[in-house]
Design a protein around this ligand. Structure first.
Ligand code: FE2
Length: 189
């Protein structure tokens, strides 16, 4: 790992720790997602720095000092762009795990897309898949288990439940694409 890479990832980890380190499960989940993202980057030959930095930072918008809109992907991404983090990281944070579907229900879709263009590619999929295969306490789960647990936790009246007819199939499609890519990488190695 180059010195430059180490410094970038250390800065991402440090920033995440500053904002989420005292938040119990939120921090355990973040650590689990970063570890999972690193594994996916290595298995699939993806841009390790961008993916792992985005994984460390994907939930920082939950930290109380960063709350502006109350929509954590957008608040987190705005904090990152305001502090000079690359758009490739901020946009992944803004769009992780189908955030655009939830943003639409919260009246924030235009604002999200105006600042952070949505890119559908394997790197974006990998961050979403890492987030969707690590549970709230940092333990590994399947994407299906995570989805069921999320709906239960947020409840039937939640925005997450309201948009699940759109976001659910999107998350399932991401999991399918990633699992196919992982199978191919195992066959090739
Ligand atoms: Fe997360």
């Amino acid at each position: 790992m180059s010195v430059q890479t180490r410094a970038f990832l250390t800065a991402a980890q440090q920033l995440a720790s500053d904002y989420l380190g005292a938040m119990g499960n939120r921090w355990r989940h973040t650590q689990g997602v970063a570890e999972r993202a690193g594994e996916l980057a290595d298995a699939l030959g993806l841009d390790h720095d961008t993916l792992v930095a985005a994984a460390w930072l994907h939930d920082i918008g939950y930290a109380a000092p960063l709350k502006v809109t109350g929509f954590h992907p957008l608040d987190g991404a705005d904090h990152l762009t305001a502090h000079g983090w690359p758009l490739s990281v901020a946009a992944r944070v803004a769009h992780h795990s189908g955030a655009r579907y939830v943003a639409a229900a919260r009246g924030l879709r235009e604002r999200l897309l105006a600042s952070y263009p949505y890119e559908e590619n394997v790197l974006s999929d990998a961050l979403t898949y890492a987030d969707q295969t690590v549970g709230p306490d940092g333990g590994r789960v399947t994407a299906t288990e995570r989805h069921e647990e999320m709906l239960l936790r947020h409840g039937p009246e939640s925005v997450n439940a309201q948009v699940d007819h759109l976001r659910g199939p999107f998350l399932a499609a991401v999991a399918e694409r990633m699992e196919a890519a992982l199978r191919r990488s195992r066959i090739a190695s």
